[in-house]
Every structure is written in structure tokens, then in C-alpha cells.
Design a protein around this ligand. Structure first.
Ligand SMILES: [Mg+2]
Length: 266
């Protein structure tokens, strides 16, 4: 039998849990029957920033080993500028890099940098901890999908390297800039493909305020910011920039949707 004190304690405990999880102050009932969880790819399913930074640094090291005299940090800064100028999907960053150093872009040098870059990239294209288990738990209960921006083949390549290419019921990759996040085009397309009308029954998880959170909020989805290193100052966010939830680990999604995880057998 429950006494008044117990009921009060349980209510206040529930209030604390809701306050911790819910950033926008919108009380999302536990009774929401979420129908789908959609994910961003880069820096949400895997550490894309670490991958590109390390791969570029290793390319500079390969140039140095091949005889190009350049300080590693200086070289990295030059390469970063070139990537910014030509875009990350441009095919001749290393040629432009050598030209910048007034060096002839000999194929032997370019090959050394390309091999260092790609082998690093491939070794770091691994899902964040608990991504695979979380997706497996979610897909038993609801639909899961991807809404991402970029070149379709490149994003599919990433899903293949991550070993996640068969997990999702819908994969929307917006190549055309006018359709990209925070536009709602990709979200709407995903909802259509999943046959879901009520966007409030769908969660979107991403790492970017301007693209992912704003886009999801505009679409009326439940927005979840993935911020593993506590980089985002929530107090500085206003209106549509505010996520409904902030998580540090991907498996926290299971709590939001109300899936109980078994205790770790280890
Ligand atoms: Mg991202």
C-alpha cells in the first residue's frame, strides 16, 4: 500500500527525471508511442571530425616522410584552408597543397598522401560505442532511418564501412543544397516513406544545432541533440535552436523512447 509520502516521493522523482532529460521544458508524456527514430550520420553515428582531422594529419606526415619539408601544424593549417576553399569532396586537395608549397605535384608524392589519408580514414570509420546495440534495440520496437546531407554515394559508403547499410528502413540523403537541413524536405520524405503522418511521433538525433535541431523542430519532430563532449551552451540557444533532449551517449535514446535495457551480463 502506498502512503501519501511515497506518492509524493515518486512524483518528485519523476519530475527530476523529466527536468534532466527535457531541455525545452515541454512535458513529453511517457505515453507517446514513438513510431520511428531518424538519425544524422556524421558525428552522430561515428566520429567524423576525428576521422578527417587524423586522416589529414597523417597525409601531412606522409608528405614529410616523402621528403617535403613542412612543419606538421603549418601543413595541416594549409590543407584545412584548401579543403575549405574547394569543398571536402574535391578530388585534388593534395595537388593544390603541393602547389601552395611551390612543389611539383609528383604522382609519387600524391600517392603517399592519398594512401596515408585513406588508410587512416578507413580505420576510424567505426560506429560510436553502443550505436549498434542501440539500433538493434530500437529496430525491434519501431522503425529507424537516416536523414543526412551530402553526396549519396559517399554517405552510402560510410554506412557500408560502419556495417550499418542494412539497418534502416529509409535512408534519405539530400544532395541538392536547397533540400538540405535545416530544410524539412528530407524529414518529410522520410516520414512519407515510413508511412507516418504525425511528426510528433518521430525522433530525430543529430549533432548540429543549426542543421539537425532547427530542422527537426521546424518539422515538428522530437529533436535530440547528441553532444558527447558537452560543447553546446544550452543557455545561449533560443526558440527553434532548443533541442527537446540532449544526450551524451547514443544509448540514452532507449530511455527517451521507453525501452528497458537488460542488465549488462558482464
Ligand atoms: Mg552531423
Amino acid at each position: 500500500m502506498l502512503f501519501l509520502g511515497d506518492i509524493f516521493f515518486i512524483c518528485s522523482l519523476q519530475y527530476v527525471i523529466v527536468s534532466i532529460l527535457n531541455v525545452r521544458g515541454v512535458i513529453l508524456s511517457n505515453k507517446i508511442n514513438f513510431k520511428a527514430v531518424l538519425f544524422d550520420i556524421d558525428d552522430t553515428l561515428f566520429n567524423s571530425s576525428l576521422m578527417s582531422t587524423t586522416a589529414r594529419r597523417n597525409a601531412i606526415r606522409a608528405f614529410r616522410e616523402a621528403g617535403i619539408e613542412i612543419d606538421e601544424d603549418k601543413g595541416y593549417a594549409i590543407l584545412k584552408k584548401i579543403v575549405k576553399k574547394y569543398g571536402s569532396n574535391y578530388g585534388e586537395h593534395f595537388n593544390r597543397f603541393l602547389e601552395e608549397l611551390e612543389q611539383k605535384p609528383h604522382p609519387k608524392l600524391i600517392a603517399a598522401a592519398v594512401v596515408a589519408y585513406h588508410s587512416t580514414k578507413l580505420s576510424l570509420l567505426r560506429p560510436f560505442p553502443d550505436v549498434v546495440l542501440t539500433l538493434l534495440l530500437l529496430m525491434k520496437e519501431m522503425k529507424i532511418g537516416i536523414v543526412s546531407d551530402g553526396i549519396q554515394e559517399k554517405q552510402w559508403e560510410k554506412l557500408n564501412y560502419l556495417g550499418l547499410q542494412h539497418f534502416f528502413e529509409t535512408v534519405i540523403i539530400n544532395e541538392n543544397e536547397t533540400n538540405q537541413k535545416p530544410g524539412t524536405y528530407g524529414f518529410q520524405k522520410a516520414l512519407n516513406e515510413l508511412g507516418i503522418e504525425n511528426s510528433a511521433e518521430v525522433i530525430y538525433v543529430g549533432n548540429s544545432i543549426n542543421r539537425d535541431v532547427v530542422g527537426a523542430n521546424r518539422m515538428g519532430l522530437v529533436s535530440v541533440l547528441f553532444d558527447p563532449n558537452n560543447k553546446i551552451d544550452l543557455d545561449k540557444l533560443a526558440g527553434e535552436e532548443k533541442p527537446d533532449y540532449v544526450i551524451k551517449r547514443i544509448n540514452e535514446i532507449t530511455k527517451i523512447v521507453g525501452i528497458k535495457q537488460n542488465k549488462n551480463p558482464l
